[in-house]
Design a protein around this ligand. Structure first.
Ligand code: DP6
Length: 331
């Protein structure tokens, strides 16, 4: 019985990697469709920063179940996942609950963004489990509904999110000597989520209005720097855009401060290393952890300097692939 076979196999597993935005997404034009105020560009990272997710739909389940890093959730996290699964269920015309088990390759509680890898893995695994065949572009549109930055993680390498749809600029082999040294700042402070924070910025910051008039040019410059592998131009613009986003955060009412003293020390170290020649770029998301973009040949030197800062840990990542399907299910 083919139908029965289909029903008992509504399970799929996907590995998706995180990404670091070189030009940041901060603010929504349309909250319900998760359309961004501006385009963003990112580099997908490798499996050092990934999420593996198994999704199964079954009539055995009486409600959606979410287990993240061996912990069962029944709070807002589950609600966000269930709301997302509702969209996929509606699309597939299926009315079954799901069990979702997910593990991150990076330590939890470090504040490393997991919504990007998390929702891209969930989008790919849930649609596959329900037998939907989608292009990566269509998949990115679904992932976006879970989390904006997740749409970029569907693709490998260098990705443009044009505020609505995602496109790969170049794959992971194009600039395989590029590295991201992720500096985990151990004293993680409680922070306002990106979602809540960006809404406040859009509503209250005047600097943000200026940002929106300039970011289109930055997108063009960064895209060309990636295509030409022009490290210096890339590095200057990565730092400028990260600083600009954090200035807008600070200009928000009430002020949003995501960086701490250690983050600022990291910036100082990078500025010192760049004194004679630009060899590294810092980039910060909505938290104190730093991403240091550099070329492979400088990883050792930079890591040595960064580790002199008290209490930090580093993880080195390179351009990674887009989503990968696996037969090695988590349950
Ligand atoms: C600072 O994608 O987490 O990391 O769409 O509300 O889920 P939602 O927000 P999210 O925001 C990421 C913001 C950022 C910049 C970036 O990754 O572009």
């Amino acid at each position: 019985n083919i139908l029965l076979f289909f029903i008992i196999n509504m399970k799929s597993t996907v590995i998706a990697c995180s990404n670091i935005a070189f030009v940041k997404y901060w603010g929504k034009l349309d909250k319900s469709k998760n359309i961004a105020m501006n385009s963003s560009i990112s580099m997908t990272l490798d499996e050092n920063l990934s999420t593996k997710t198994t999704v199964e739909f079954s009539k055995e389940f009486k409600e959606d179940i979410l287990i993240l890093n061996n912990e069962k959730y029944s709070d807002n996290k589950l609600l966000r996942v269930s709301n997302f699964l509702d969209i996929i269920r509606q699309k597939a015309k299926v009315d079954l609950f799901a069990k979702v088990i997910s593990i991150n390759s990076f330590p939890t509680g470090t504040g490393i963004a997991s919504s990007a890898s998390g929702f891209s893995a969930l989008a790919a695994a849930s649609t596959k489990a329900l037998g939907l065949t989608l292009t990566n572009e269509e998949l990115a549109d679904y992932a976006r509904l879970g989390s904006g930055s997740a749409s970029r993680s569907i693709f490998g390498g260098f990705v443009l999110w044009d505020s609505e749809h995602c496109h790969q600029i170049k794959d992971e082999k194009h600039w395989d000597k590029l590295r991201d040294i992720i500096v985990i700042v151990s004293s993680v402070e409680k922070k306002i989520s990106s979602r809540a924070g960006m809404k406040k910025t859009v509503d209250t910051s005047t600097k943000y209005k200026q940002r929106l008039t300039k970011v289109g040019k930055t997108i063009e410059v960064v895209q060309n720097a990636i295509i030409k592998k022009d490290f210096e131009t890339l590095a200057i613009n990565i730092m400028k855009d990260s600083d600009n986003m954090h200035e807008c955060m600070f200009d928000t009412e009430p002020s949003l401060v995501y960086l701490n003293d250690t983050s600022n020390k990291i910036k100082e170290v990078v500025n010192k290393l760049n004194k004679n020649k630009i060899i590294a770029a810092y980039s910060f998301d909505a938290g104190p952890n730093a991403h240091i973009i550099t070329r492979q040949e400088n990883v050792e030197l930079i890591t040595r300097e960064l580790l002199k800062i008290f209490g930090v840990q580093v993880v080195v990542s390179k351009p990674g692939q887009g989503i990968k399907y696996s037969d090695d299910h988590l349950f």
